[in-house]
Design a protein around this ligand. Sequence first.
Ligand SMILES: [Zn+2]
Length: 309
Amino acid sequence: MTDQLKKYLLEDRSVRVQAVRLTDTWKAAQANHDYPPAITHLLGELVAASTLLAANIKFDGSLVLQIQGDGPIALLVVECRSDLSLRATVKIREGHVVPAEGDMQSLLNPGGNGRFIVVLDPQAKVPGQQAYQGIVPLEGDTVAEALQHYMKASEQLDTRLWLAADAEHAAGMLIQRLPYHGGSDSAALSEQAASETWDRTSALAATLKRDELLATDIDTLIHRLFWEETLVAFEPAPVRWHCPCTRERVANMLRSLGEAEVKDILAERGQVDVSCDFCGKPYAFDAVDCAALFTGNPPASDQTPPTVH
Ligand SMILES: [Zn+2]
């Protein structure tokens, strides 16, 4: 049984409902890391959120959710591609220890400089095109609240999110009001009726508790919340862990550090060991490999470093 994301529409097609529950994907994300529970909660919720948002992007590419902090946690980052393959990692601020318990504000925003960042990065860009990046101050007590603040600030569609994670599961539910396409056709949905559907759906969804979201499979959860409604269900979409790191990308990252820096590391340690921040895969560059990095070989076409800053 693979991890899945499920999408539904209310019968009048004015509200979208999505739910995701991750087990294997979330375990893979934690496999090479020893996260304290506070990070497990925050990162798992960000992972679940990334799939809910990536499921609606209209291009081939990736959606990156980042929380940059000024506390013990410097960065939480999740990259989810349009095929719902994802990777995630955390950077702890040097010299800091993350307490076992702690909320988003105390771990990421004690100085008030925390930021919530959303990047939309189409794979095939026209020349000169850049990834879209939206940045807002880190507001709210939870990842869901921070994301809702972002959606509101960037004038997105009315959206509400519920997120939860522990070491076993990362889960989320999203409801979103879809744009109203008015018209004189009497069969067209009236704005009034659409508002009523939104209010009703919000009220039903608002009864969802964190523990219930974590413990319940999607079908049971959706039935329990919306059994009085008629939902149109879409084909479930599989979600999986995938890290696209390659030796070539690591080589490019080392080139960007510069020859002097790489030679220093080589002199100190005999070889340069780099492990991927996301999946932990080790990459070793010995003296010969390092020399080859700077001998005028044309750099590989893919300049993306293995980390997302
Ligand atoms: Zn990797």
